[in-house]
Design a binder for this molecule. Structure first.
Ligand SMILES: Cc1cc2nc3c(=O)[nH]c(=O)nc-3n(C[C@H](O)[C@H](O)[C@H](O)COP(=O)(O)OP(=O)(O)OC[C@H]3O[C@@H](n4cnc5c(N)ncnc54)[C@H](O)[C@@H]3O)c2cc1C
Length: 404
């Protein structure tokens, strides 16, 4: 490990590795550090991802694809089913990954591009001088070091401290976080062709239960509920009830717990000499909790902006505004729309869920755009049209802009 780099990336998840790869490919000297001793392990993820978006970043490899699904099914509280093809199911349906291998493959890609990668290396603080982040203090295999850099990227996930060290407010209230629990199960006979989602306040208050196939009669069965709805009964209790009722003979091969930020865009993700990426920047989708693709998209932008700023010898917050502008005008639009939808859905009664599902039953989702889908939904459900008028307006504007 050298004493100074152009860029230090803290955290080797999908966001950090994509940033490191992009910056290294541009010719910058890059250090990627990961506090765990094994990249990608333990997982805290249902591992679902859209094929289309993933292909933008990396060639698919059978070693990290557990299942290739046809689409998704959403179950309303009374059992009404909405079935959607993979193309319109959203960012978390397509492949179900093996993240222990996937995350390592992404880190390998960054190393191949020229980044120095170190595991068991934890950032403990930032070096801040004259109002600029100038590097990071790290603990590498039990030894403290100070490594200098022109730009530091905080890609340290949901528990991020980097933003806070730099003075960015990344705090999450209980209503801003989904608390999750998940089992990897086997011996259930679960359909390997679809990702299934179960909604309803009895099953998962202000959240949902998911079943994502993992191949070979295995599946990730998990739950996310809003932190503010976690009282005497915790996420894992709801999950145990669901499993007991539906798959009493399931073998549990792995237990994962974690949190997902669902607060929507935060005010600022840059400071002089610093950018935040992925869950550290709270860029996960507020309604689905999915964050892999957004972290990779933001990482790519951050790597490019780091190169532009360093080339101009200006790493001020003004120069890094390019990062803010680019992620907010792409993934940021989806995040904002999802936040509006989330704020409506978390207040839904089970009756409203059922009525919504009933409105959509029989709609042909295979050939519809999102706009067609919303139109069909709203035609059948006028109250929802009124509740979601801002979202509808945003999406129409977005699609029209996109066509132009
Ligand atoms: C139960 C659950 C299910 C989910 N399911 C899905 C899903 O199906 N699809 C989807 O798209 N998203 C899902 N997500 C969200 C997804 O896992 C995250 O959005 C995604 O991993 C974000 O990537 P990231 O690179 O920003 O952060 P992470 O993947 O969290 O990576 C951050 C890394 O930083 C490291 N780190 C932290 N602090 C330090 C430090 N001080 N020094 C060095 N390293 C540090 C961590 O060890 C970690 O490896 C789920 C989340 C949970 C909890």
């Amino acid at each position: 490990m050298k004493d100074s780099y152009d860029v230090i990336v803290i955290g080797a998840g999908p966001g950090g590795s994509t940033t490191a790869k992009t910056a290294a490919e541009k010719g910058l000297s890059v250090l990627l550090i990961e506090k765990r001793q094994e990249i990608g392990d333990p997982i805290r993820c249902a591992e679902g991802v859209s094929k289309l978006w993933l292909h933008k970043h990396i060639e698919p490899d059978h070693r990290w694809i557990s299942a290739d699904v046809k689409g998704s099914r959403i179950f309303s509280p009374n059992g009404t089913v909405i079935e959607m093809s993979e193309e319109i199911s959203g960012g978390e349906v397509g492949y179900v990954l093996e993240r222990k291998i996937f995350d390592r493959a992404l880190a390998y890609e960054s190393a191949k591009a020229g980044a120095d990668v170190f595991v068991k290396t934890r950032a403990t603080d930032l070096i801040i001088e004259d109002g600029f982040v100038r590097g990071a203090k790290i603990m590498h295999m039990g030894i403290e070091r100070e490594i200098r850099a022109k730009i530091v990227i905080g890609a340290d996930g949901v528990e991020s401290k980097v933003g806070r060290w730099a003075g960015i407010d990344t705090s999450l209230k209980p209503k801003d976080i989904e608390t999750c629990a998940q089992y990897l199960v086997s011996g259930t006979g679960i359909d390997q062709n679809f990702c299934n989602f179960y909604t309803g306040n009895e099953v998962a208050p202000s959240g949902y239960i998911w079943i994502f196939p993992k191949g070979n009669d295995m599946a990730n069965v998990g739950i996310g509920i809003l932190g503010s709805r976690s009282g005497e009964k915790h996420a894992v209790d709801y999950l145990n009830d669901f499993l007991e009722k539906n798959y009493p003979d399931a073998n549990i091969l792995e237990i994962d717990v974690g949190g997902v930020p669902v607060c929507g865009s935060i005010e600022r993700t840059t400071k002089n000499g610093l950018m935040l990426v992925g869950d550290a920047a709270r860029q996960s989708d507020p309604i689905t909790g999915g964050g892999i693709i957004n972290a990779m998209e933001a990482g790519k932008i951050a790597g490019e902006v780091a190169y532009n700023a360093i080339s101009k010898n200006d790493v001020s917050v003004e120069a890094l505004q390019e990062y803010e502008d680019r992620w907010r005008s792409t993934i940021g639009i989806d995040i904002d729309n999802s936040l509006i939808a989330k704020d409506i859905f978390v207040k839904f009664t089970d009756k409203e869920f059922d009525s919504l599902a009933h409105s959509l039953k029989g709609v042909n989702f295979t050939s519809m755009s999102l706009l067609d889908l919303l139109y069909a939904l709203f035609k059948a459900n006028k109250k929802l049209l009124w509740d979601m008028r801002v979202l509808f307006k945003n999406i129409v504007k977005y699609e029209l802009d996109f066509e132009r």
